[in-house]
Design a protein around this ligand. Structure first.
Ligand code: GLY
Length: 395
């Protein structure tokens, strides 16, 4: 038995040791791009949070703190501080965090509070342990929990769409925002947040997936009885297709749920939603088209953001999976995804100041198609850091 354990350990070290990517070089590339962005942003007091750069344009589309993407920029700056240790990134992250603070106090507009406040303040607290940050995170978690419907067992993702759908709605993206609730339950007094997050994940696991483990984007529920009405899409090609980023939110979300709960159901489910994604990737680049089942393939756009989210998630998932072959597979796939993203095809370089090109935001309404998008950059730098830690940790 001891021999088998030693063999597995040796195998896993052998593949972690052979790092293909020059991770620090990639992190430094991202840092340089971000410094260029910082130089060109309008001053505070004006709308100045970068969200996306349309294909063929040079300048960022800017948003204010209310936008669902508002937290990715300071989150990215925090990761750059972590990756370079340069104080400028900490200072700038704190500068942009400040703008988001009202979100912790006002009524919840939608489920995106987690993206907005945990990518930013969550990373800020992790790296700088500022007590004021903790208070803000805990207050935001309580605000997000106000959208929970106990009859359904999920958070209402889009309160503004109640009138259109005449139903409680939950989107797969909402899985990511459970991290804020789990963290707040662990680090604050409101332990009920854990139950809410776990129940949301269990209900989603039950209702949000087809028999082959591909995800619906949106599920509608009867607000009063909690009964599922139907699954549908919003940003995918059709109700029954696999929208790439939606599936990547599922991979990331269930992996993160396992991190907090150690519930083996989540670990098992994270692998099932991963395996169908990996099996259906179009080619060796491992970068999906924006929807796996759009009939426009190959004459349509890819989604680098889905690849970045998935790469980051797989690096975490590979650390939880016990089966040595599967562990290796997930790590290798993540590594390959990062190599593709770090290639000249996907890196922005001198084309614009973002890190990556070729993400697709909302194809059905032609929004941010084949664009640079801030959440692709955020999950890319997160994945690079995760990869760096995994490939350089003490043997
Ligand atoms: N959460 C919205 C999106 O992934 O586009």
């Amino acid at each position: 038995m001891k021999k088998i354990v030693a063999y597995c350990l040796a195998m896993s070290l052998a593949w972690t040791a052979k790092a293909q990517l020059n991770t620090q070089q990639e992190i430094d590339y991202c840092a340089n791009q971000a410094l260029k962005t910082l130089q060109n942003l309008p001053p505070d007091g004006q709308v100045n949070i970068p969200r996306s750069i349309e294909n063929g344009k040079k300048t960022w589309r800017l948003v204010d703190y209310k936008d669902w993407c508002s937290g990715f920029w300071s989150g990215t700056l925090w990761y750059l501080y972590e990756g370079t240790k340069k104080p400028v990134f900490k200072k700038q992250a704190q500068r942009f965090d400040k703008q988001l603070q009202p979100l912790s106090q006002q009524k919840a507009y939608d489920h995106d509070l987690g993206f907005q406040m945990f990518c930013s303040y969550g990373n800020g607290y992790r790296l700088a342990s500022n007590a004021a940050y903790k208070k803000i995170i805990l207050a935001t978690a309580d605000t997000l929990a106000t959208l929970y419907n106990p009859k359904v067992g999920t958070i209402l993702s889009w309160p503004r769409e109640i009138a259109r759908f005449k139903a409680h709605n939950t989107i797969i993206d909402n899985m990511i925002n459970l991290e804020l609730l789990f963290w707040a339950a662990k680090n604050g007094k409101n332990k009920n947040l854990y139950q809410i997050a776990e129940k949301h994940a269990l209900t989603t696991m039950q209702n949000h997936f087809r028999d082959d483990y591909t995800s619906y984007h949106v599920v509608l529920y009867d607000t009063l009885t909690g009964k599922k009405i139907k699954g549908m899409t919003h940003q995918g090609y059709a109700d029954n297709t696999m929208w790439a980023r939606g599936q990547s939110w599922a991979i990331y979300g269930f992996t993160m749920c396992y991190r907090f709960t150690k519930n083996p159901q989540f670990l098992d489910f994270a692998q099932k939603v991963t395996d169908v994604y990996l099996k259906n990737l179009p080619d060796e680049s491992l970068i999906p088209y924006w929807d796996f089942n759009t009939p426009e393939i190959p004459n349509t756009t890819r989604d680098a953001s889905a690849a970045a989210v998935t790469a980051s998630a797989l690096l975490e998932l590979s650390g939880y999976v016990k089966d040595a072959e599967k562990k290796k597979l997930y790590f290798k796939k993540a590594e390959k995804m990062l190599e593709s993203l770090a290639s000249s095809t996907y890196k922005s370089g001198t084309t614009n100041d973002a890190f990556l090109l070729h993400s697709t935001g909302n194809r059905p309404i032609q929004g941010e198609v084949d664009a640079s998008i801030i959440y692709a950059d955020y999950y890319y730098i997160e994945a690079l850091l995760r990869y760096k830690y995994l490939t350089t940790r003490k043997k």
